[in-house]
Write a protein that binds this ligand. Sequence first.
Ligand SMILES: *[C@@H]1O[C@H](CO)[C@@H](O)[C@H](O)[C@H]1NC(C)=O
Length: 216
Amino acid sequence: MAKFLLLLSLISLTSGFIAHAYEPSPLQDFCVADASNSARINGLICKNPTMVQGADFHFAGLHVAGNTSNAVGSRVTPVTVTQLPGLNTLGISMARVDYAPMGINPPHTHPRASEILTVLEGSLHVGFVTSNPENRLITKTLQKGDVFVFPVGLVHFQRNVGKWNAVAIAALSSQNPGVNTIANVVFGSKPMIDSDSLAKAFQAEKSIVNQLQSTF
Ligand SMILES: *[C@@H]1O[C@H](CO)[C@@H](O)[C@H](O)[C@H]1NC(C)=O
């Protein structure tokens, strides 16, 4: 009997771990983030549920195009728990992405989320790269209405291949997906990663590394 109970608890522990690999299932109807609470937990402290209002579950403005006048020609407008406190503990978020003609959303990863993206306007060439050692590039050109998924953690990107502006909406499987833009993480860290290491890692002249570091 004791052995059976142990087995049962092991099974429930294991399946619990799998189900909760990214974000815990809610233990109540909601846990609206209380931005004024300075306590630090994995997630954010819940606001008193009796004080919760419709506004806590609401975000306005995703119809507004992002400003793409920048070096990469794209703009992400995020709707994560930071912008929408009602997302706390729910394991989802979204974003609008605007692309100028030739604009790119540069190679990046989301450490805590898969991403499902749908094109509202224009044409996008999208892709992601599988892990080492294959590093296989998987791509697709998307038209209005097409949907594409970027698996959690993998480096991915989008490029506007149409003549006009493009718009996409992305849904992500975390209230706080995180973004690591490869160029910024590698060449723009503060303080900088030493350029000798980067020159060796990228098998490039140190002058090239220094140039990239000064750009990012
Ligand atoms: C868009 O961003 C550029 C560069 O920062 C700025 O000069 C321009 O005024 C912005 N346009 C709008 C409509 O906000």
